[in-house]
Ligand binder design. Structure first.
Ligand code: NAG
Ligand code: NAG
Ligand code: NAG
Ligand code: NAG
Ligand code: NAG
Ligand code: NAG
Ligand code: NAG
Ligand code: NAG
Length: 807
C-alpha cells in the first residue's frame, strides 16, 4: 500500500516538475526546446513576447512567437505574431527546435523530418534570443546577426520591423487555421504597397483601387525604394508615400501590430498593455465586400456590421462547394439548354461586379447593351451604369461575374444572362423571389475547417491514462482560477470575442476629456428623448456635438456592442460618430458638429430654396436606404423627423440619432416586438398605434411626412386650418394634401395649392410632382403598399423613368 502511494507521489512529482522550472531567456548552441514540455519557452527580457511550440490543431504544433503579456491563461488565446513553416505543423510528440553547435537552427517533426531550418553556420558560439520588440535573433558571439525573424514575417508586422522588397505579409487561410492563405500585402513591381488576392484560380489586386493610378491615391514610387516601417508610437511610413497613424497615435505603453487578416483586410491593432482586447486603430478597407476572392465566381458578397460578410449565388447558379465559397457558383441549368442560344436577362439592382469586362460602350440603351452581350457567346451578363455627370448609361459586357457586391449608393445594375428555357421553367419560383430581387439567401460562410489528426506514434496505455487523469485535475484547477479571476467581469466574453473598431477618428474617450471639451457641459445645442446634446471642442481642435445619454439603462458590454456597430456604419448621409465614452454610469456619444443645425430649424425660418429641399429629400432617403439595406435591414431609425436630419456646411443632409436601441437583422424581423412606442407625434406610422408588426416601413412613413413638410412648409404637429365650404376645419397634413388633390382638376393646380408659398414659383414643376407623388405613396396606411427607401432613392434619382412597381 505504502509503496503504491509512494510511486504515485513520485510520478506526480515528476509530472509536475517542469511546471515549476523557469522559462529560458536565451538558448545556446547544442540546446533544444521540446514540444512535449509546455514550459520550454523562450521569453523576451520583459516578458512581452514568448517563443515556443504553439498548438494549431489536434496534436499539431507550430514553432511560434506570441504576445505573452497580458498573460493568456490558455495558450490558444495568445496572439501569434510569427510562425516557422506555418503550413506544416509538427507532431505533438518528439518534435523539437534544435540549435546546433554549428549555428543551424532546425525544427524537427516527430524527431524524424526537418520541417524548417535557418540554414545558418558559424564558427564561433551562437545564441538565440527573443528581443523585447518581438524579434527572434540568432547571433554569433562576435555580435553578427545570422538570422532574425523580423526578416521573414508571416502575417504580422510589429513596430520597428521593416517591410522590404524581400518580404511580404501573407494572411492565414481561415480563422482557426494558421496555414498560408491567399491574401498578400507587399511591394508590387511598381514599388507601391498593395493588397493582392492570389487564389488558386485567379489573382487580382484590390487595394488601392486598380483603376486609379498610384499617384491619384497619393502613392509615389519614383524613388525605386521599397521600405516601410511602423514606429513605436503608431505611425506607419512607406517609401511609396503611404502613411497613416493609429487612432491612439503617440500614446505610450500600447502594444500594436499590423496584420493582414484571413478576411483579406489589413488592420492595425492596438491594445493597452493590461487590456485583453485588441482594438482596430486603422484599416485599409472600410467596405469588406471590396476585398476580392472570398465569394467566387457568379456569387454576391454582402456585409452587415453585425453578421459580417456573406456570400450567395446569383439567380440560376448553385454553390459549387458549400464548405468553401471561394469556389463560387456553377450554372444550375445544363449545357443542353445553353446550346439553344435563346437567352434573357435578369436584373440585379445596385450591384457591381468588378473586372473582366470586354470593354465599355458609352451612351447605350438597355436594348443595345443586351444585344451587345447576346452577340458574344461567352458574355455572362453586363453592368449597366448611369453616369450622372453626363446623363447617360454605360454598358460593360462581362466575360466573368466576379467580385459582386452592392456598394452603398451605387448607381448601376447588373443584368445576368440566362437561358430563356431555364427562366421559363423557373418562372414561378422567380416571380416569388422578385419581392427581394437579388437578395442573398441567409447562408453564412463556414470558415472553420476540420483538421486531419496527425498519426499518433503508439504510446503506453498507462501513460495515456495517467496523463488524462492529470489533465482533468489541471483543467479543474485552471477552471477554478479562471472563475476566480473572472468574478464580477460579466463582459469578459464580449471583450474576448470581438474587437472594437476604431476606423480613423473613431475612438473611446474618457469622461474627463469630454467634460473639458464641452466646458463642463455648458453649451446645450439640442435635446431629445435619449439625452441632451452639447457643443464642444476636442483637444485636436475638432468641433463636435456630444450627446449625453440619459441613464445607463444597459450594461457596458451591450453599449459597446451597439456603438461598435454604429461606428462601422459609414455613409455620406449618415452622421459620423467620432467616438464614445462609457465610464461608470456615463454613456456619451461624440458626433461631428453640423454647421447648419437641423432641418427643423431651417424649415421654421424658411431659409431653404427648392434645390436645397430636393437635395435634402434625396440625401436623407439615401441615408435611410443605407440603414435599411435592402437585404439586411441593419437598423430601423424609428424616429425620422426634421429634428433628426442635420445639415452640413453645404446643406447636405445627414441623418442622425439612429441605431441607439434597435440593431437587428432581417431574420429576427417578424418575431420582433417593441417594448415601447417610439417616435414623435405627427411622424409616427399607424402601425405603432394599432400595434402591428414594426418593419422598415415605419421609417418610410415618417420620411413621407418629412417630405410633405419640405414641400408645404407646414408642420404635421400642428393642425391645419382649412376653409372648406365656408367652414373652417382643422385637419392633419396628410388629409389636407389629399383634400387639395381631390378638389382640383389638374395636377399642376393642386400642387401649386400645397407648395410652400415662400418658394413662390421658383421650383421644377416635374420634380416637385414626383416628390409629392412619392411622399404620398410613403404615407399610405397599408405598409406593404409603401415603397422601400431604396425605391424612393431610385425614383428621385431618375425622375424621367416610369415607376416600376414591385411592391
Ligand atoms: C523593461 O521594463 C523596465 C521596467 O518597466 C524598463 O525600464 C525597461 O526599459 C524595459 N526594457 C525593455 C527592453 O523594454
Ligand atoms: C515546410 O515543410 C515542408 C514539409 O516538410 C517542406 O517541404 C517545406 O520545404 C518547408 N518549407 C520551408 C520554408 O521550410
Ligand atoms: C536585440 O535587443 C538588444 C537589446 O535590446 C539590442 O542591442 C539588439 O540590437 C537587438 N538586436 C536586434 C537584431 O534587433
Ligand atoms: C513619417 O513621415 C513623416 C512625414 O514625412 C515624418 O514626419 C515622420 O517622422 C515619419 N515617421 C517615420 C517613423 O519615419
Ligand atoms: C470543398 O472544399 C474543401 C475545402 O477546401 C475540400 O476539402 C473539399 O474537397 C471540396 N469539395 C469539393 C467537392 O470540391
Ligand atoms: C446619347 O445617344 C443619344 C442617341 O444615340 C443621342 O441623342 C444623345 O445625344 C447621346 N448623348 C450624349 C451625351 O452623347
Ligand atoms: C489548414 O488549411 C490547409 C490548406 O487548406 C489544410 O491542408 C489543413 O489541413 C488545414 N489545417 C487545419 C488545422 O485545419
Ligand atoms: C433563413 O432565415 C429564416 C428566417 O430566420 C430561416 O427560417 C431559414 O432557415 C434561414 N435559411 C437558412 C438557409 O439559413
Amino acid at each position: 500500500m505504502d509503496s503504491l502511494y509512494f510511486s504515485l507521489l513520485a510520478l506526480s512529482l515528476i509530472a509536475f516538475l517542469p511546471l515549476s522550472s523557469s522559462t529560458y531567456r536565451q538558448m545556446s548552441g547544442g540546446s533544444s526546446l521540446s514540444v512535449e514540455n509546455s514550459d520550454d519557452v523562450l521569453m523576451s527580457p520583459n516578458g512581452t513576447f514568448s517563443a515556443g511550440f504553439y498548438p494549431v490543431g489536434n496534436n499539431a504544433y507550430a514553432f511560434a512567437i506570441w504576445f505573452s503579456k497580458p498573460t493568456c491563461l490558455v495558450l490558444q488565446h495568445c496572439t501569434v505574431v510569427w510562425m516557422a513553416n506555418r503550413s506544416n505543423p509538427v507532431n505533438g510528440r518528439r518534435s523539437k527546435l534544435l540549435l546546433l553547435q554549428t549555428g543551424n537552427l532546425i525544427l524537427t517533426d516527430a524527431g524524424q523530418f526537418n520541417v524548417w531550418a535557418t540554414g545558418t553556420a558559424s564558427l564561433s558560439t551562437v545564441r538565440l534570443q527573443l528581443n523585447e520588440t518581438g524579434n527572434l535573433v540568432l547571433s554569433s558571439s562576435d555580435g553578427t546577426t545570422l538570422w532574425q525573424s523580423f526578416d521573414s514575417p508571416t502575417d504580422t508586422l510589429l513596430p520597428l520591423q521593416p517591410l522590404t522588397r524581400h518580404a511580404s505579409l501573407v494572411s492565414q487561410i481561415t480563422k482557426g487555421n494558421y496555414s498560408s492563405g491567399f491574401y498578400k500585402f507587399f511591394f508590387n513591381d511598381d514599388n507601391v504597397l498593395r493588397l493582392l488576392y492570389d487564389g488558386p484560380e485567379v489573382s487580382s489586386i484590390y487595394w488601392p483601387d486598380v483603376w486609379l493610378l498610384s499617384w491619384q491615391v497619393g502613392r509615389f514610387s519614383s524613388t525605386g525604394r521599397r521600405n516601410a516601417q511602423m514606429d513605436s508610437l503608431g505611425s506607419f511610413n512607406s517609401s511609396d508615400s503611404l502613411g497613416f497613424r493609429s487612432t491612439d497615435y503617440g500614446a505610450d505603453g500600447i502594444q500594436r501590430r499590423l496584420t493582414i487578416d484571413y478576411d483579406g483586410n489589413l488592420r492595425l491593432y492596438s491594445r493597452e498593455e493590461r487590456e485583453k482586447t485588441w482594438v482596430v486603430s486603422w484599416e485599409a478597407l472600410a467596405q469588406p465586400c471590396r476585398i476580392h476572392g472570398l465569394c467566387g465566381e457568379n456569387s454576391m458578397c454582402s456585409y452587415s456590421p453585425s453578421n459580417g460578410r456573406k456570400c450567395s449565388c446569383l439567380e440560376g447558379y448553385k454553390v459549387r462547394n458549400q464548405s468553401d465559397w471561394s469556389y463560387g457558383c456553377v450554372p444550375e441549368f445544363d449545357s443542353s439548354i445553353i446550346a439553344s442560344r435563346d437567352f434573357t436577362f435578369i436584373r440585379i439592382r445596385n450591384a457591381e461586379f468588378f473586372g473582366y469586362d470586354y470593354g465599355v460602350s458609352e451612351n447605350k440603351t438597355l436594348k443595345e447593351c443586351e444585344t451587345e452581350c447576346l452577340q458574344k457567346v461567352d458574355c455572362k451578363g453586363f453592368q449597366y451604369k448611369f453616369i450622372g455627370s453626363r446623363g447617360f448609361y454605360d454598358c460593360y459586357p462581362k466575360a466573368l461575374l466576379r467580385n459582386g457586391h452592392r456598394p452603398p449608393n451605387f448607381d448601376g445594375d447588373v443584368y445576368i444572362k440566362l437561358p430563356k428555357a431555364y427562366v421559363t421553367l423557373k418562372k414561378k419560383e422567380l416571380s416569388k423571389k422578385t419581392m427581394s430581387l437579388g437578395c442573398p439567401p441567409n447562408t453564412s460562410i463556414n470558415l472553420e475547417r476540420s483538421y486531419a489528426v496527425s498519426q499518433d506514434n503508439g504510446i503506453l496505455k498507462f501513460m495515456m491514462w495517467f496523463a488524462c487523469a492529470l489533465g482533468v485535475v489541471e483543467i479543474i484547477s485552471i477552471f477554478l482560477v479562471w472563475l476566480f479571476l473572472n468574478r464580477g467581469r460579466g463582459d469578459e466574453n464580449v471583450a474576448k470575442e470581438g474587437y472594437f473598431l476604431a476606423a480613423t477618428g473613431f475612438k473611446r474617450m474618457t469622461f474627463y476629456e469630454l467634460k473639458v471639451a464641452t466646458k463642463n457641459f455648458s453649451q446645450e445645442i439640442g435635446r431629445g428623448g435619449a439625452g441632451i446634446v452639447y457643443k464642444g471642442m476636442l483637444t485636436d481642435g475638432r468641433v463636435v456635438a456630444v450627446k449625453r445619454l440619459n441613464e445607463a439603462n444597459q450594461g457596458e458590454a451591450e453599449f459597446l456592442a451597439e456603438v461598435n456597430t454604429i461606428g462601422k456604419l459609414n455613409h455620406m448621409h449618415l452622421i459620423d460618430m467620432l467616438g464614445f465614452c462609457a465610464e461608470k454610469k456615463h454613456r456619451l456619444l461624440v458626433y461631428e458638429y453640423m454647421e447648419h443645425g437641423s432641418l427643423a430649424e431651417k424649415l421654421e425660418s424658411h431659409q431653404l430654396d427648392w434645390q436645397k429641399r430636393y437635395d435634402i429629400a434625396l440625401g436623407s432617403a439615401k441615408g435611410l436606404a443605407y440603414l435599411h439595406d435592402e437585404c439586411l435591414e441593419w437598423i430601423l431609425h424609428c424616429d425620422v423627423k426634421p429634428q433628426n436630419i442635420l445639415l452640413d456646411s453645404g446643406y447636405q443632409p445627414k441623418v442622425s440619432d439612429f441605431g441607439l436601441s434597435e440593431l437587428r437583422d432581417r431574420g429576427k424581423l417578424s418575431s420582433y416586438s417593441f417594448s415601447k412606442i417610439r417616435g414623435t407625434r405627427g411622424y409616427m406610422a399607424p402601425e405603432w398605434v394599432f400595434n402591428r408588426p414594426i418593419t422598415s416601413k415605419v421609417d418610410v412613413y415618417s420620411y413621407g411626412i418629412v417630405t410633405l413638410e419640405l414641400v408645404t412648409g407646414k408642420s404635421p404637429r400642428k393642425g391645419i386650418q382649412s376653409l372648406e365650404g365656408g367652414q373652417v376645419e382643422e385637419m392633419d397634413l396628410v388629409t389636407w394634401v389629399k383634400e387639395k388633390r381631390k378638389g382640383s382638376e389638374t395636377k399642376e393646380t393642386w400642387i401649386e395649392g400645397i407648395v410652400d408659398p415662400t418658394l413662390e414659383d421658383k421650383y421644377d414643376k416635374k420634380k416637385m410632382g414626383i416628390l409629392v407623388e412619392v411622399a404620398l405613396e410613403c404615407v399610405q396606411e397599408d405598409r406593404d403598399a409603401r415603397p422601400t427607401m431604396t425605391q424612393v432613392v431610385e425614383r428621385l434619382l431618375r425622375p424621367n423613368q416610369p415607376l416600376i412597381r414591385k411592391y
